[in-house]
Write a protein that binds this ligand. Structure first.
Ligand SMILES: C[S@@+](CC[C@H](N)C(=O)[O-])C[C@H]1O[C@@H](n2cnc3c(N)ncnc32)[C@H](O)[C@@H]1O
Length: 204
């Protein structure tokens, strides 16, 4: 489900790259679909890259190493970086403005949105999906200018649409916080959730 949602955001292109490809499942979906002329699979772990090689054989090109470093002068038209922590994604994209990226950070999503937008990216898709009882943010960015509100950094650029698994996650997050001690931080989170709820109600 998560990978299918990422796959759906990939348009036909020349060079597609999956950074941290692990099993190579996403590359296989792209190869089977003919969405890309060249498929680049990279991973920092040789064992993981070998899994992708087994999965795809000569349908992809393989690079071992940290983030985009092993690609040298290859600039992918579409780059996916998913299933890693937010800080790892930011490290991989440090000083790199790529034509189009699709990311799915496992944590620190506020920081990722904030930093990448400050670094010259614009978020053009931002959704919440649910897979195996877990929620994932999937974000598509291109070079551009954008100003984000605090609520957009926290809940996603298009939170006001309440689409996908967004409402389910909002509800679960609120219920969880209500079981915690009411610290200043939790009070702030509940306040933000209530602002989002108000905004969504006003659009009904
Ligand atoms: C949890 S898996 C996610 C696999 C796949 N991208 C997905 O979303 O299902 C994370 C993968 O990222 C790789 N990885 C972690 N840090 C990396 C880095 N700095 N550069 C390249 N690959 C990295 C790991 O070796 C692992 O294969």
């Amino acid at each position: 489900m998560r990978l299918k949602e990422i796959f759906a955001l990939i348009e036909r292109t020349k060079i597609f790259a999956d950074i941290g490809c692990d099993h190579g499942l996403l590359c296989k979906m792209v190869a089977d679909s003919d969405k890309a002329e060249r498929i680049i699979a990279t991973d920092i772990s040789e064992a993981c890259l070998n899994k992708a090689k087994l999965m795809l054989g000569d349908r992809a090109e393989y690079f071992l190493g940290d983030g985009l470093e092993p690609l040298k002068d290859i600039i992918p038209n579409i780059t996916v970086i998913s299933g890693m922590g937010g800080n790892t994604i930011l490290h991989i994209l440090e000083n790199r403005l790529l034509p189009e990226i699709i990311i799915s950070p496992q944590n620190d999503v506020y920081k990722v949105r904030d930093k990448l937008v400050s670094n010259g990216y614009k978020i053009i898709e931002d959704k919440v999906v649910s897979d195996n009882n877990k929620f994932y943010d999937i974000i598509k960015l291109v070079p551009g200018k954008q100003n984000l509100t605090e609520l957009q950094k926290t809940f996603g650029v298009f939170y006001f649409r309440g689409e996908g698994a967004f409402m389910q996650r909002l509800f679960q997050t609120k219920q969880k916080i209500l079981t915690y001690k009411l610290t200043k931080e939790n009070e702030k989170k509940l306040q933000e959730i209530s602002e989002v709820e108000k905004c969504l109600k006003s659009k009904m």
